[in-house]
Design a protein around this ligand. Structure first.
Ligand code: GBH
Length: 490
């Protein structure tokens, strides 16, 4: 079948990358099979009270056994790339390179081979949150810079093992979530609550680890120069709540504290945004601390971090209205000094934080273009959770079709009208999966997975057909099948 050939009515380049994404812990299951070591998510989800529905990823979509079926879905959908993550504790059960698990190598090698045999580009995330438990226990995880060489070792094993086959890499998925939710508010594994310092310390370690792996890849493994490696950052769009200068400033500050925190070091000058350094520094002083809670990079470290990207990986889902707010106490959210809200007119989803605001996509892409000199962007995640939990209604997911149509149209406007350099788009997710602390209560799939059936059957929702049409049209298809419109909102 033709892939990205021929004229493209949408104005997107004909080699535009359309794909879908997953992550190891969310789909694989087989949590202690074939030598896999425990991860911090195994431990966290097994502790009562941490996951909304008391579930865990022990089996999840059982993709460890059903990857061939997943492959058929990817082929049917005609995706050009598949973004998935490797499980560090599956490959290195005790976290260190000496513990290499050959069964895990075989598992991922099979997937990579099958993708390539079908002309699907693998885009691999090295770290999508499932840290080997041993490294959390022994070092305190990302709070401790001693784990940088261990992450580097793990990355090196992956480059050595899969690097001939795989040319598209991401070091970290959403360091914001790891840092803030994992080490500051404790809403994700490892569940550490260190208000005011945990997130900043974890982020500092992650940025350094990312830079080390970026340099190692280019110095030792990307010998034919065909490979690309970057980091994926998450950010929703911060829209000023009113037209006042104060709200404009608050929204910009919020954007800098979320996306700029990681993007400014990598894509600008090797260092945190000025507004972060200034704000956290002043607040630390007011707290009588003798140094800022935001750690500092040395000049050498800045030079090492600056420019460690081959593209900009962006996960974006929604928009928030931002207004300035007086805050007290030491904490990442207090430091930002804003209040965030939703417009009651915005459509909702199965996730409280996820409202449907398609124009937010265009604005965040323009913000990235303006802030970081228009880097090539791959949207590495975008999608919506179910808000209708009844079957068969769940298969007629017209709200998901509407979401994709709206967000992708705005992405196309950003490319065609605003000249934003977006080179790829990845939908989250190909199938329902384990949604972290929300368990199986929120589902982002274009395929339904029946989690009460041991076979974990996958069934297409209408959005999967619509997304294939988008891929085929290399943009929004001119005609939408009537059946996609006739389902009543309920
Ligand atoms: C992504 O994170 C993840 O990469 C992916 O694994 C996940 O399945 C997908 O999104 C869908 O959620 O509870 O109000 O504090 C998206 C970014 C940032 C979205 C944190 C949820 C929590 C908001 N996430 N956010 S709140």
């Amino acid at each position: 079948q033709p892939r990205g050939e021929g004229p493209s009515a949408s104005g997107l380049p004909s080699d535009f990358l359309w794909g879908v994404a997953t992550a190891a812990y969310q789909i694989e299951g087989a949590w202690k099979e074939d030598g896999k070591g425990p991860s911090i998510w195994d431990e966290y989800s097994h502790k009562p009270g941490n996951i909304d529905d008391g579930s865990n990823g022990d089996v999840a979509c059982d993709s460890y056994h059903k990857w061939q079926e997943d492959m058929e879905i990817l082929k049917l959908m005609r995706v050009k790339h598949y973004r998935f993550s490797l499980s560090w504790p599956r490959l290195l059960p005790d976290g260190t390179k000496g513990s290499l698990n050959t069964k895990a190598v075989a598992y991922y090698m099979n997937i990579i081979k099958a993708l390539k045999d079908n002309g699907i580009i693998p885009l691999i995330t090295l770290y999508h949150w499932d840290l080997p438990k041993t490294l959390q226990d022994k070092y305190g995880g990302w709070l401790n810079e001693s784990i940088i060489p261990l992450f580097k070792d793990y990355a090196e094993v992956c480059f050595k093992t899969f690097g001939d086959q795989v040319k598209h890499w991401l070091t970290f998925n959403e360091p914001w979530c790891v840092s803030v939710l994992g080490y500051e508010v404790g809403q994700m594994a490892p569940g550490i609550k260190l208000a005011g310092t945990g997130a900043y310390r974890a982020a500092h370690t992650i940025l350094k680890a990312h830079a080390e792996v970026y340099h190692m890849y280019h110095e030792k493994y990307n010998t034919d120069k065909s490979g690309k490696i970057s980091i994926t950052l998450n950010s929703d769009w911060s829209e000023p709540k009113t037209k006042t200068a104060e709200d404009a400033e608050a929204a910009e500050r919020s954007q800098q504290f979320s996306l700029g925190w990681f993007a400014h070091p990598v894509y600008a000058n090797g260092d945190y945004p000025d507004v972060m350094k200034w704000t956290v520094g002043n607040r630390s002083k007011a707290e009588n601390l003798n140094q800022s809670r935001l750690p500092e990079f040395t000049d050498d470290e800045k030079a090492r971090i600056k420019g460690t990207f081959d593209f900009f990986g962006l996960n974006t889902y929604s928009t928030n209205l931002i207004t300035g707010a007086k805050t007290t106490g030491a904490g990442y959210f207090q430091d930002i000094g804003v209040a965030s809200s939703k417009d009651p007119k915005w459509k909702t989803s199965g996730s409280s934080w996820l409202t449907v605001v398609p124009w937010g996509m265009r604005r965040i892409l323009n913000w990235i273009k303006q802030q970081y000199s228009n880097p090539p962007v791959i949207i590495t995640e975008n999608g919506i959770s179910d808000r209708n939990t009844t079957i068969p209604g769940i298969y007629r997911d017209y709200w998901r079709i509407g979401y994709y149509r709206g967000y992708i149209s705005n992405m196309i406007d950003a490319v065609v009208k605003d000249k934003c350099n977006v080179i790829g788009y990845t939908a989250w997710s190909v199938m329902d999966n384990f949604e972290w602390s929300r368990g199986y209560s929120e589902k982002f799939g274009m395929y339904h997975v029946n989690f009460s059936d041991p076979q974990r059957p996958r069934t297409p929702k209408e959005s999967s057909v619509y997304y294939s049409m988008i891929i085929k049209a290399n943009g929004i298809p001119k005609y939408t099948p009537r059946s996609f419109h006739v389902v009543d909102e309920n």
